[in-house]
Design a protein around this ligand. Sequence first.
Ligand SMILES: [Zn+2]
Length: 446
Amino acid sequence: MRQLLKNALVLRDARGAPTAENIMIDDDRIAGFTLADSVPGYAPVDLSGRLVIPGFVQAHVHFCQALLRGAADDMALLDWLRTRVWPLEAAHDEESVYLSALLAGTELLAGGATCACVMESVRYADAAARAIDELGLRAVFGKVMMDHTDTPPELGGLPDSFIETTRQTLDESLRLLKKWHGAAAGRISYAFMPRGVLTTSEDLLLELRKLSDEYGALVHTHACETWPESRLVERRRGQTEIKYLRRLGLANERLLLAHCVCVDDEDIHILSKHRVNVVSCPLANLKLASGIAPLEKLADAGITLSLGSDGPPCNNTLDMFTEMRFASLLQKGALGQPTAMPAPQVFEIATLGGAKALGLDGDIGSLAVGKKADLAALDWQQPQTAPQKPCVAGLVYSGGAHMVTDTMVDGRFVYRHKKHVAVDTAVLRRQAEVALERLTRRFSPG
Ligand SMILES: [Zn+2]
């Protein structure tokens, strides 16, 4: 199908300025930009009054936790995991994982995110992938991997249904990879996702290094999120998480680390030297009082940065506009430098940075001829943005998910006139409430 998106202002990337131009789309890719009001063979799509931007890349999110929004407020990370999030996650069934993924996916699309890196739960990852497929979202996803042999007593043990042997978690991950890597015409790809150094064995991590090489798949994990956790890793491994991952041979351009709050200069040097990618989750780090990731330092070291929301129990929204604003404001406040992390830099991190972190920057992250037509259209006529003209700084400092009216992935509108194409959200909400009641009945704290 050929379409001409017309009458909008177009912001192609973080370094440009919004320009009045029309976008020609051939099937799933951008074929050109034109000032012509009509192009033979291209069906016109009127986007009058809209600002079109590249779709956001949400680079770290747990879809399986969307159902748990608000279930663990005002708690410390290790307590939060042990007494709430793990037991509730462990209570999931196939349908609740599916509904949870639909909830998260619809929130992302309604907020202008077109691609996500999704860390799923231990079980029923197929159900999440099915939801991603049906919504039309682009995603790199993986089941979380935890082999219990190395779990420290400080974490209080894992729920029974989480426990897998090293072989089981590898077999299930490989089954999922073979089924979903490259599925949905390439919209879905698979990554290996060990939860973190404290919940995985060294054997598993060493095996993942080999498998990542063999399949060219990403390895995505949490690292250096809080100081108590980071100190535990040092006590058990005799070195920092970053040094430990390097020792195992995992530090390379296919490693994507969530958080990196607790890193020292030596760690940063290692991340930079080995071209490891980092996804920062500013709001989740604030809510769990984990700290502030040194984004300016990481960026100065040449590390590719991206942004993620983590899970709805620790955020509690999946809104990339808010992540951008906090990523910028936190650096300014922490460093006492109002010039730190300026708007164009943070918008680039939220779009092209995420694309690079996922190895997808040849296809997404900016609007360019030959790239995928993954984009969002925004209504700038809001009290929060008046009277400023559309601009990158306005997006970062005044923007919000409420401005998004339309979202397109692979040249197809998946969210149009503020409605999801694949899902009735009122029905979904009722189904999610029933599923949550079911989980809560199964849930036994501690
Ligand atoms: Zn996470």
